[in-house]
Ligand binder design. Structure first.
Ligand SMILES: [Fe+2]
Length: 208
């Protein structure tokens, strides 16, 4: 009995009356209250045994690493699309593999920032403002130029990794130290190896 009356009610609201007047409330961002948390601040919401000064230092450094990693990730996709030449197939596939691996690192860094009580940057305009990797032109470039740009970006990230890992270790933020070394540094070092071998000046048809 109860079941049949519920069915009838659903049918009624679908065809007439109140349901048709339900509308999403748009444009709420133009009359927004204060944000839940301002960028640049750290909260102590999660009890992870780290003081505010340590969290702040790690969040600032991780946001720098995040901006540079997002830039490198997107540079890999640009080159994946635009590569030409005799090594097209190898590089096309390798660039996309590295793009996927950098995407995984991006998520790991951003979530570490949230765990520390910070606010992770996310949008392209913020990434562009924060990154220290030199701007890549919109033009299509030769493969060796692409590789040189990628290696430069990797090196900027790796130098920061060494610095940030040491500081996180000294401050007692072992989780951040692990993310920087195990996820970011190790992956970047491996990618440098694979990319570098494409610009080694070597003979192809005769041994030296
Ligand atoms: Fe693709």
């Amino acid at each position: 009995m109860a079941k049949s009356s519920a069915t009838t009610k659903t049918k009624d609201t679908q065809t007439s009356g109140p349901a048709s007047s339900i509308q999403p409330i748009m444009n709420q961002q133009f009359d927004a209250p204060k944000p839940l948390q301002k960028y640049g601040t750290v909260s102590q919401r999660l009890p992870i045994g780290l003081d505010e000064k340590t969290r702040q230092q790690s969040v600032t450094q991780l946001n720098q690493l995040l901006a540079d990693t997002m830039t490198l990730r997107d540079m890999y996709k640009k080159h994946h699309w635009q590569v030409v030449g005799p090594t097209f197939y190898q590089l096309h596939l390798l660039y996309d593999k590295h793009y996927e691996e950098q995407s995984t690192i991006v998520d790991t860094i951003a979530e570490r920032i949230q765990i520390l009580g910070g606010v992770a940057i996310a949008m392209a305009h913020d990434v562009a403002e924060l990154t220290t990797i030199p701007r890549t032109p919109r033009d299509r470039e030769e493969a060796p130029i692409q590789v040189s740009r990628l290696l430069e970006a990797h090196q900027i990230i790796l130098k920061n990794c060494h610095d940030y890992a040491k500081q996180a270790d000294e401050a007692g933020d072992d989780g951040t130290n692990d993310v920087v070394v195990s996820d970011v540094m190790r992956t970047n070092e491996l990618q440098v190896w694979f990319v570098s071998e494409h610009v080694v000046d070597t003979q192809l048809v005769r041994s030296e």
